[in-house]
Write a protein that binds this ligand. Structure first.
Ligand SMILES: Nc1ncnc2c1ncn2[C@@H]1O[C@H](COP(=O)(O)OP(=O)(O)OP(=O)(O)O)[C@@H](O)[C@H]1O
Ligand SMILES: [Mg+2]
Length: 369
């Protein structure tokens, strides 16, 4: 049995080679994760199982690692097997460990969604990433918005990502060390419109996750385009998300638009960590009075209506627009962003704990682990 996933290694297609010569047995096992902390346990289990067989004089167990592609195929295969008719990510019958298969060194994968465009998803994504990085966490940002270069731009990264020694793509790093990968960094001219059709969107997003060497991260934040189109759907279906954050603004005329995005997350069984209202109000620089430019802030009420935790209201702040334009959003800090990041940390940790309950591996989301 794979100690982490709780299934037979034969079923998981991990047995690569078996050789027997005059009672000397050689077994090669492909691990689902390189440097898997449980590899030694697995090796010892195989050795003791083989030793019990008649005629075995010696046993040697070696390990290799599955390629990302093999891993993804395996995951899809197991999911399809467990729930052939259910579109949900963790349909009935899927052993909890299978969700861990695609995680590699990533501890908490969180997508940022909204109903409407321009509400500040990319800002919230990059500001949270900056805050978490400042606290010592390893953070990555995956730009799943294929239509514009906003994430790379606000985080001030440019240049082309390159291929590492193993053939995987090395993400770019921001000044403070946040890893960033965006298809817009790869395009010849990011200002040229590209028509992304459904299947291409699907494959590009999968590549941004599977073919990029994200390494060990505490948080991978996924910035999505607005709404419930192909890209958000692909992210929900093919990345092992731990949760989503919903961003709204008081300009949204109907809560229906937000609830569409919320319902998509619910349908796909992805936990919603909470709602952030951005551009909530303007603080007068002279007297400090709160001016509600778009009518009364309604985030908190909306969160209650939708049954979501309310994570906080972010004011309109000229510094945000200025620092975004200059590619220096990492310099932005505010008490409200810090408190949202705190909530995110607490809720994401709980989520990971719940997912891994009963698994013999200690997942930790604290820096330095
Ligand atoms: N609280 C804020 N105060 C001032 N400007 C803001 C604030 N939040 C976002 N902005 C600015 O508003 C614009 C839109 O924000 P952003 O790009 O983050 O939205 P988005 O939801 O990601 O948009 P899209 O749907 O196009 O991806 C940007 O120019 C950004 O700098
Ligand atoms: Mg955006």
């Amino acid at each position: 049995m794979d100690p982490e996933i709780g299934r037979s290694i034969v079923e998981l297609k991990m047995v690569r080679d078996i050789n027997m010569d005059n009672g000397n047995v050689y077994v090669n096992i492909a691990l689902t994760v390189a440097h898997c902390p449980l590899a030694k346990t697995l090796q010892a289990d195989v050795e003791s199982a083989v030793r019990k067989l008649e005629g075995v004089r010696s046993i040697k167990v070696e390990t290799t690692t599955m390629s990302r592609k093999e891993l993804e195929e395996l995951k899809l295969h197991l999911q399809a097997q467990a729930s052939p008719s259910s579109p949900s990510k963790s349909g009935a019958g899927v052993a909890p460990g299978i969700e861990r298969l695609g995680k590699r060194g990533l501890r908490s994968i969180i997508a940022i969604i909204s109903g409407k465009g321009g509400v500040g998803k990319s800002f919230v994504t990059s500001a949270l990433a900056s805050d978490l990085k400042r606290r010592g966490y390893e953070v990555g940002v995956l730009d799943a918005d294929l239509t514009g270069p906003s994430i790379a731009k606000v985080l001030g990264v440019s240049g082309k990502p390159f291929k590492g020694p193993g053939g995987s793509i090395v993400p770019l790093r921001t000044r403070t060390g946040i890893k960033v990968m965006s298809i817009n960094l790869v395009l010849e001219d990011p200002s040229m419109p590209v028509v992304w059709r459904g299947p291409i969107v699907n494959s590009v997003i999968r590549q941004l996750y599977w073919e990029v060497d994200w390494g060990d991260l505490h948080y991978l934040l996924v910035d999505l385009p607005p709404g419930t189109s192909d890209a958000p759907l692909t992210v929900f279906q093919s990345l092992p998300l731990d949760g989503v954050i919903v961003v709204s603004s008081p300009q949204e005329l109907a809560s229906m638009i937000v609830s569409k995005a919320v319902n998509m997350a619910k349908k796909m069984d992805v936990p919603i960590l909470g709602l952030v209202e951005n551009m909530s109000y303007l603080k007068c620089p002279g007297c400090g009075e709160r001016i509600s430019l778009f009518g009364d802030p309604k985030g908190e009420k909306l969160a209650v209506e939708l049954g979501l935790p309310f994570l906080g209201a972010v004011p309109l702040d000229p510094a945000i627009a200025r620092l975004s334009d200059q590619g220096r959003i990492e310099d932005y800090s505010s008490p409200i962003i810090a408190s949202i990041a705190d909530e995110l940390r607490i809720r994401a940790t709980k989520q990971v704990e719940q997912l891994t309950q009963g698994l013999p591996i200690a997942w930790s989301v604290e820096p330095g682990h």
